[in-house]
Design a protein around this ligand. Structure first.
Ligand SMILES: Cc1cc2nc3c(=O)[nH]c(=O)nc-3n(C[C@H](O)[C@H](O)[C@H](O)COP(=O)(O)O)c2cc1C
Ligand code: SF4
Length: 489
């Protein structure tokens, strides 16, 4: 088999063949033969969370479009996306999308950010989501909507899409090299972190005024909150011990309790990570990316939160579990589990058959990546049954998404299944499942990665291959032009 030549999920003729393939990969993935519909089905079971009820087991995971105005105001594209989040029928809308707590913390000049001038428009995004949900479901009963608060840290590009203006928590031996940082690149001072904590608290208060049910203090994907979790070499109050590395989260939570009392707090967490990957140079030719291989790294490798330092290609939940204990102490019970980072090891966070322009060919059958996320969430759920856990990374399952989603919820491996890329391609999937219509195969996301390649090249994100709105947009041609030289093997 040539590299990257993994069988397409669409090639399996039914659940039995799919399961046989899982077995051939040694994957023990739950997968039901028949997907139930209606109010008694496993995916329709309500879930009680504090004083709220989430009345089905499907969530829309945060999906940004990098399509706001430069002043942070949502555009028609942004509004359309949030409307479609609501139309999905999923009862948990996680964050909508990453919302920067201040303009210089954006990952892209067109990222959403919260400020006095944008607050009303962000409240409108929430209302648009509710409107979409009512159109689809007839009411907005037990619909829970949060806002994801972020600072992009190392991956800040607030002014120019081609230039990082990184704010780093520590000097990272591999990422500094990968992104070409000068040797004297300064790290954020403790005072800068303290000021940022204030920004989070102010933003949370604004989110509460907008009517959001919760805020997510984002700790994933290599952005600042996540980077702090691996700041083992950082001196001072925000680095070193796990207690120090979680001080950022603890101080934000304390601030929210005192300034925005009653607002629920959640965390999206990259619970596992690994070393950065790169295309194998011996198998890459101009215009064709090789399969991903781990970047050279010395052992012990201590810069991946949730990895075994002596073999960072293996995950280790010891520290993530200690973080769960801390979150429990802070009153946090809603956690959305994801993995790693789209910037340095995308196959771990978003299993895909086709790489984005800055990626590499999958080094493993993407189903192995799906199983990795399902398995580690299962382990966390067993250890922390009192938490409500949302899982991620399910889109690659395509036609078998409903069978696996139902099985993992039914068997208690996860509480709620989050949907990412599939939402862009086919937002009505949750309703089609819950109402027993089955999947519309032509609309399934086939993980072409255009929704990532586009923003990496300064073009707004969206599902260009399958969503007619983007297919017919002027940006479609722009994307085709940038994809040409990055053509894959
Ligand atoms: C275009 C795009 C935008 C995303 N935006 C966000 C975001 O704003 N916040 C976040 O936490 N994750 C974001 N993600 C990650 C997804 O929420 C999700 O974890 C990932 O796509 C894997 O899930 P999936 O297999 O269902 O797509 C984004 C992913 C993509 C492809
Ligand atoms: S562009 Fe569309 S088909 Fe491709 S990965 Fe994104 S959502 Fe899926």
């Amino acid at each position: 088999m040539k590299f990257g030549d993994f069988p397409k999920v669409s090639s399996f003729d039914g659940v039995t063949e799919f399961r046989n393939h899982l077995r051939s990969l040694g994957l023990d993935m739950p997968c039901d033969d028949i997907v139930a519909a209606g109010p008694q089905s496993p995916l329709s079971m309500p879930l009680k969370l504090g004083d709220k009820t989430i009345s089905n087991r499907l969530a829309i995971n945060p999906m940004e479009g990098w399509d706001c105005e430069l002043d942070g105001l949502p555009t028609e594209n942004t509004k359309r996306r949030w409307h479609r989040f609501g139309l999905s029928g999923a009862k948990l809308i996680w964050g909508g999308e990453a919302c920067a707590v201040r303009p210089d913390g954006r990952a892209n000049p067109k990222q959403l950010y919260m400020a006095e001038d944008t607050q009303a428009a962000i409240a409108e995004l929430r209302n648009i989501t509710i409107k979409g949900h009512k159109e689809a479901m007839g009411n907005d009963r037990d619909l829970v909507i949060g806002l994801q608060l972020t600072h992009s840290g190392r991956f800040c590009k607030p002014n120019d899409n081609t230039r990082f203006e990184s704010m780093i928590a520590y000097r990272h031996p591999l990422l500094d090299r990968k992104f070409g940082y000068p040797k004297d690149k300064p790290v954020m001072s403790d005072d800068e972190i303290k000021r940022l904590i204030d920004d989070y608290v102010i933003t949370a208060k604004r989110a509460q005024q907008c009517g959001f049910d919760f805020v997510d203090i984002k700790h994933c994907h290599g952005y600042l909150g996540h980077e702090l979790l691996s700041a083992v070499d950082r001196p001072g109050p925000y680095g070193g011990s796990l207690e120090n590395r979680t001080r950022f989260l603890r101080e934000i939570v304390q601030g929210i309790h005192s300034e925005a009392g009653g607002l629920d707090i959640a965390v999206r967490l990259s619970a596992i990570d690994t070393v950065p990957f790169k295309p194998d140079p011996t198998q890459s030719v101009p215009g064709a990316l090789g399969p991903g291989i781990p970047d050279d790294h010395a052992l012990p490798y201590r810069y991946a939160f949730g990895a075994n330092p002596n073999n960072p290609l293996e995950y280790d939940l010891t520290e993530p579990k200690a973080l769960f204990e801390i979150m429990r102490g802070l009153g946090i019970r809603l956690v959305n589990i994801t993995a790693a980072s789209p910037y340095y090891n995308p196959h771990v966070i978003r299993p895909a058959l086709y790489p984005p322009s800055d990626g590499y060919h999958p080094p493993e059958d993407p189903l192995v990546g799906v199983m990795r996320q399902i398995g580690m969430v299962h382990e966390l759920k067993q250890a922390f049954p009192d938490f409500c856990l949302v899982g991620s990374g399910y889109t690659y399952l395509q036609e078998f998404f409903p069978n696996v989603a139902q099985a993992v919820v039914r068997q208690g491996w996860v509480d709620i299944v989050g949907i990412g890329r599939m939402t862009l391609a086919y937002p009505e999937l949750p309703r089609d499942i819950l109402e027993g219509r089955g999947v519309q195969k032509k609309r399934l996301c086939r993980t072409f990665s255009d929704c990532t390649t586009a923003p990496r090249n300064g073009i707004v994100s969206g599902c260009y291959p399958l969503d007619a709105f983007y297919k017919k947009s002027p940006e479609f041609k722009q994307l085709a032009a940038v994809k040409k030289p990055a053509k894959t093997a």
